[in-house]
Design a binder for this molecule. Sequence first.
Ligand code: HEC
Length: 172
Amino acid sequence: MALGSKLQKMENCGNSRHMVKKILLGLLVLLLAIQFIRQSKNLAPTPSPADIQIRHPIPPETRRILETACYDCHSNNTRYPWYAEVQPVGWWLADHIKEGKSHINFSEFDRLTPKRAVRKLEQCADEVTEGGMPLTSYRFVHTDARLTEAQRKTLADWFDAVRTTITFAETN
Ligand code: HEC
């Protein structure tokens, strides 16, 4: 091989290494920059008077299951993990919470019409029984939200019981 083309090759190699360094540095700068873009937190300062638990009595164990497995995404108060401070993870969590609350918000449950409340409770019991909720990614990190068969049944039975009281009040 001629010396010229050998030198050319070395130079190309140096160029692409230079390029990779530039890209990595660019990504690092981007990652640092996005840390300053924050979502507002889902932390209501006072308890909500419309929370589902106020008008519908809940046994302590059921309450514990409901609050540990569902309230982070379906209430006005999220218990934030430390990594919520790291973007883009924080954005991702905020998105789940916004989306979750738009489907059902237990802190505002009493504001639903009886018809909607009944429908939502049916969905809740279904999700819990079929294992659709809590979300898989959530169960992955929150070991206490991996519900046992018995806990699923306890929670689903409570949703059904609440639904029955609403249906009963409606038709009487
Ligand atoms: C990590 C956040 C998160 C947790 C925890 C969570 N959910 Fe959800 N939930 C969501 C999101 C996001 C949606 C909307 C998208 C979807 O259906 O996957 C949703 C949707 C729902 C729906 C509507 C489903 C439908 O048919 O439209 C119900 C009902 C529900 N969740 C109940 C629950 C119950 C009950 C629990 C606790 C056992 C729970 N969720 C825990 C995030 C969560």
